[in-house]
Write a protein that binds this ligand. Structure first.
Ligand code: 26W
Length: 768
């Protein structure tokens, strides 16, 4: 894009005058941010509307979550304007970095939502016509602070600084009807800029509003109460993102959210098809849909309903749906598989429920007995509905897809094996390298050029430069660590030295991810140092970041526990020379950008078979970090690509896990390992303060539960500590840095550019 600095500043200044009665010099950061963003939008609207007018087949990525993070820097980067904008601002004594105060758009919980955001960026960069459809939550994922080591949640007002990257499209508003409620759905469109290619796709997020404007006349005559209540109920639907990750809570408001977004999206798409005069029987020529987990699966009966309302027979409508819909599964955890109470569903969405029943009858008419069902015992199984109707079903890493085929959906796989495909997850190298690690990028570019920016496999060409990269790699990593340490000092009040090893575990807090295993190992090393058993512990900063679902008691207990460990360790003069522990508050996309380029060790230590893929593992790898992990999710493929010898693998394998669980007795392990036992006892012996009794609950879940230590923390402990100590001792050698660089050079497969290209070739078949 041609950039005319003077014109750009003039336009920004004009907006400042028109909107805020101020100018470039006196505007607040917030005013400047809005005006500058709007000026950039002004440069792009032509490309954007050009993309909308094309007649290509498009895919709608239906997702309840899009974890976009901060838009401004990534948009400027993709438009090729980042440096121009920086210079333009500094020519008027303003600083682009001041926009780091802008809130993240945290309209998602974790991996699934961030994946959706990476896929939108990659699809635009690969010129694949993919658009996102979702919910414009008024409040995103809660803001987290720690009070006395306990997690405290606050509302996340993500538009506090305005929302200059969205356009409200009043013209496309539609009505969504529930049995007891009608609401208006208004779309807000965000542009998704491809990387320096002029492509602009769309993320369309729906906000709910009352159907009629608030009726003042009626209110004044004191009949207003009813209207006011209705208005309240309508806006409520998109008020807040449910903060659960991997746990289903059967809240009707959540079902309303899901139906609201898919109904609005499908009505919008059908209206456009009708306006074109297209035959709805051939909807699949113009559109297909990717269902991001089960959350949007209610789109299937909704499209059946809408098509029949336009005169199609049920069988015709079913045919259209079976060609349009595809389903991605992101988890095998039983507690995360969505099921809805049939009575509740039929109460609020009777017409939609009827379509689900018709699907059930159609399935049963195929005469394969009761092995296959959608509704059973008055429960609607959303995953089964999705698999039955969809053209393709995919898992998100090889090992995960194999588990789906062999276990979770075994019967379905045997019935229609051709439906099942694997598409390993990926991340966008623009946000996760070009944006957050520019100095490393410059070093790589000077050796192998820039083609790898949009063709990550070509980072392999670095392999011939590893020896010569070693010194600069170390220097840049150290600079990144210093920057992170500065940030952590200011925001967490903990002092870290960049000479320490940065050992990092950042991800949602969940028992299966085993932050507890990490915590236990720290205490184990702590006591070994205190007892003088280890006198030369390699100085290490153990860094955690994670939000716990507000209702997830044990997860919150683990946060408290790690914060107590941090307090103990950091205050101990003898030990803190060798280790520091910090749990950063409010871990989010922007924090992640700072962390992944500053880590020496990437902890990916879930129980084998539990983590569908993981994507932070890929972000660390891209930035040159070794993985300390189990053979789970995409770790398996990371080892295939970068060599197991360049990573640190421990623990039971998936095959072993099933056998171990049969006779598992965590008590025996604790009794047989007195050092582990000592660590475990800290949960109950008063070492740490805990008024709420959360730590005892963790203890009981490990040892005294009906099904104790579900995630084999104690089983894997010894091997974990052994491999972790080896890793920490290897650190600082050239050999270790070589491993980091081999990982970086081998990351190609994990580009989201590859993932979306796979989706397109195997499933969507766009541009074809
Ligand atoms: C209904 C409650 C609920 C909420 C969220 C159930 C399930 C979810 C998500 C599917 C959880 C999730 O984010 N899964 C993660 O998806 C990532 C992207 O594919 C994977 O990399 C992670 O391994 C997986 O845990």
């Amino acid at each position: 894009m041609q950039f005319d600095r003077e014109a750009f500043l003039r336009e920004t200044d004009r907006i400042l005058h028109a909107e805020y009665e101020t100018d470039l010099r006196s505007a607040t950061n917030k005013e400047l941010y809005n005006a500058l963003s709007r000026a950039v939008m002004g440069l792009c609207w032509e490309d954007w509307s050009k993309e909308r007018r094309t007649q290509k087949k498009r895919c709608g990525y239906f997702s309840a979550e899009f974890l976009m993070g901060r838009a401004i820097f990534s948009n400027l980067l993709n438009l090729g304007l980042l440096e121009d904008a920086r210079e333009a601002l500094s020519s008027v004594q303003r600083d682009l970095n001041d926009f780091e105060e802008v809130e993240d758009a945290a309209l998602g919980n974790g991996g699934l939502g961030r994946l959706a955001a990476c896929y939108l960026e990659s699809a635009a960069s690969m010129n694949i016509p993919l658009d996102g459809y979702g919910i414009r939550y008024r409040y995103g994922l809660f803001r987290q602070t720690f009070v006395d080591g306990y997690q405290h949640e606050e509302g996340d007002d993500w538009t506090k600084w305005g929302d200059p990257w969205s356009v409200r499209v009043e013209r496309d508003a539609v009505i969504v009807s529930f049995a007891d409620q009608k609401v208006r759905a208004v779309p807000y469109d965000m542009p998704i800029f491809g990387y320096r290619n002029g492509v602009v796709n769309t993320l369309r997020l729906w906000a709910s509003e009352p159907v009629q404007e608030f009726d003042f006349a009626a209110f004044n005559e004191m009949h207003g109460e009813h209207t006011a209540q209705e208005n309240f109920a309508a806006t409520k639907i998109t008020d807040v993102l449910y903060p659960n990750d991997n746990t289903m809570v059967g809240k009707i408001l959540r079902l309303r959210q899901q139906y609201f977004m898919v109904s609005a999206s499908l009505q919008d798409i059908m209206r456009k098809q009708k306006e074109k005069g297209a035959d709805l029987r051939e909807l699949d020529r113009a559109y297909c849909f990717q269902l991001n987990d089960t959350h949007p699966v209610i789109a299937i009966p909704e499209l059946l309903r809408l098509l029949q309302a336009e005169g199609l027979t049920f069988e015709e409508a079913f045919g259209v749906c079976s060609r349009c819909f595809n389903f991605t599964n992101h988890t095998i955890l039983a507690e995360a598989l969505e099921k809805w109470d049939a009575l509740a569903l039929s109460d609020i969405l009777p017409n939609v429920f009827r379509e689900i029943e018709k699907c059930q009858q159609r399935l049963q008419a195929e005469g394969q007995g009761d092995k296959f069902y959608i509704i059973r015992d008055n429960v609607v199984h959303m995953a089964n509905l999705a698999i039955y109707v969809s053209a393709r079903v995919n898992g998100v890493a090889e090992i995960h897809t194999n588990i789906l085929k062999r276990e979770t959906f075994r019967d379905w796989y045997e019935r229609t094996p051709e439906k099942f495909v694997n598409i390993t997850n990926g991340i966008t190298p623009r946000r996760w390298m070009l944006l957050n690690n520019p100095k490393m990028v410059a070093q790589i570019d000077s050796r192998i050029g820039t083609a790898w920016h949009t063709d990550l496999k070509r980072l392999q060409e670095m392999k011939g430069h590893i020896e010569d990269m070693l010194p600069v790699f170390g220097a840049i990593k150290r600079e990144n660590k210093q920057k992170l340490a500065d940030y952590i000092r200011v925001h967490e009040g903990v002092e870290l030295s960049p000479d320490f090893i940065f050992d990092v575990q950042v991800k949602r807090l969940h028992e299966y991810k085993r932050q507890l295993l990490n915590a236990f190992s720290i205490l184990y090393f702590y006591y070994a140092i205190k007892d003088g058993e280890i006198t030369d512990f390699p100085p290490t900063a153990f860094i955690f970041g994670a939000k716990a679902a507000p209702g997830y008691y044990n997860a919150k207990g683990i946060i408290k526990y790690i914060n107590e460990i941090a307090k103990l360790v950091n205050a101990d003069e003898q030990v803190s020379k060798f280790m520091k522990v910090v749990f950063v508050q409010n871990y989010n996309v922007s924090y992640a950008e700072k962390i992944v380029c500053a880590a020496d060790v990437s902890e990916q230590i879930s129980l084998a078979g539990m983590e569908a893929s993981g994507t932070s593992n890929m972000k660390f790898m891209l930035n040159g970090t070794v993985t300390l992990g189990t053979l789970d999710g995409a770790n398996v493929e990371i080892c295939e690509e970068a060599g197991r010898e360049n990573n640190y693998i421990f623990g039971a394998t998936v095959e072993e896990v099933a056998a171990i669980k049969q006779f598992y007795c965590p008590r025996e392990i604790a009794e047989g390992n007195h050092k582990l036992k000592r660590v475990l006892e800290t949960l109950v012996n008063g070492t740490f303060s805990d008024d709420k009794g959360m730590l005892r609950h963790i203890y009981d879940s490990l040892l005294n539960d009906y099904n104790p230590d579900r995630f084999l923390v104690l089983y894997d402990f010894a091997d974990y500590v052994r491999v972790k100590e080896q890793l920490l001792r290897d650190y600082g050698t050239q050999d270790f840095d070589r491993k980091c660089l081999v990982n970086m050079a081998s990351v190609g497969k994990f580009s989201a550019d590859r993932s979306v290209t796979d989706y397109n070739e195997l499933i969507w078949k766009l541009n074809g």
